[in-house]
Design a protein around this ligand. Structure first.
Ligand SMILES: [Mn+2]
Length: 272
């Protein structure tokens, strides 16, 4: 299987895999890991979802395969750094240590091939809810289901009292609006941190929204997630950063990826 075509990058950032939940798109993730290589691989938090595993055990063979693949890359010389997130915060007690060949850090500064310096962190410390009241964030996971139930009871009660229906959809619309505000507030807060430290940019995850844009002179990069968006951030040999979507398998998007194929032998025929 060593002959499978691979895309070679200088660095790869992935986060929010949420292994241990049914939501993790492990098939696409495995396909991505199988067809890419890098000198540096950064696991930017929420890799294994400890919160979900505590509630109910979900561990598929595919999730083992992902871990095996990453360990194998580390053994073969890829510099793997694991930056724990809020869902795998148990690993935060091992900061500064090596786990096999994998380095565990709270944050790290990555220098690109063209000399730019990026702060790499998960990002949850900028999330007011998680920081100020952890229990509230745990509740948040289940809040939607509870809201629906409450709404049902509430409206039964209202009907008995001769009152009209209270619109859940209107309430949720308001929620979505504040969610949009949350995303931009988060992005600005993380960028401000990099600016304060005199760096060129920041690379994070956490909010499951891949992004690569300049915020007041700081390059804000978010590598997205492997639950909804299936994205990674990659550094080309030149130092250029790009978001790479993997919503299709390598076989399905091979043509579209041709321009990124800086592989050992460019004349090689790729046969699937
Ligand atoms: Mn997170």
């Amino acid at each position: 299987m060593g002959d499978e075509p691979r895309l070679k990058f200088r660095s790869i950032w992935i986060s929010d895999l949420h292994l241990g939940t049914a939501g993790c798109q492990a098939d696409y993730l495995l396909d991505f890991l199988k067809h890419t290589d890098a000198e540096h691989l950064y696991l930017v938090g929420d890799i294994i979802d400890g919160w979900a595993l505590k509630r109910s055990w979900y561990w598929h063979q595919r999730h083992n395969d992902v871990i095996q693949k990453i360990l194998r890359k580390a053994r073969k010389g890829c510099k793997v750094t694991f930056i724990p997130g809020n869902h795998d915060e148990a690993a935060r007690q091992f900061l500064g240590l090596m786990f096999g060949e994998i380095r565990i850090e709270d944050e790290i500064v990555h220098t690109t091939a063209d000399g730019r310096r990026f702060l790499v962190l998960h990002g949850d410390r900028f999330d007011g809810v998680v920081q100020c009241a952890k229990w509230l964030a745990v509740v948040g996971d289940r809040l939607y289901g509870i809201t629906l139930k409450l709404n049902q009871w509430f409206n039964q009660l209202r009907a008995r009292m001769g009152l009209g229906y209270w619109s859940l959809s209107q309430y949720l619309k308001h929620k979505v609006k504040s969610a949009v505000n949350f995303v931009s507030d988060f992005e600005e807060a993380v960028a401000a941190e990099a600016r304060q430290r005199g760096l060129d940019g920041v690379i994070c995850g956490h909010i499951h929204k891949a992004e690569l844009r300049e915020i007041d002179g700081i390059l804000y990069c978010n590598d997205g997630d492997w639950v909804e968006s299936l994205t990674a951030l990659v550094e080309l040999p030149s130092g250029e950063l790009r978001i790479l979507g993997w919503q299709k398998t390598f076989a399905e998007q091979q043509q579209e990826l041709q321009h990124l194929m800086m592989i050992d032998n460019p004349t090689k025929e790729y046969v699937q």
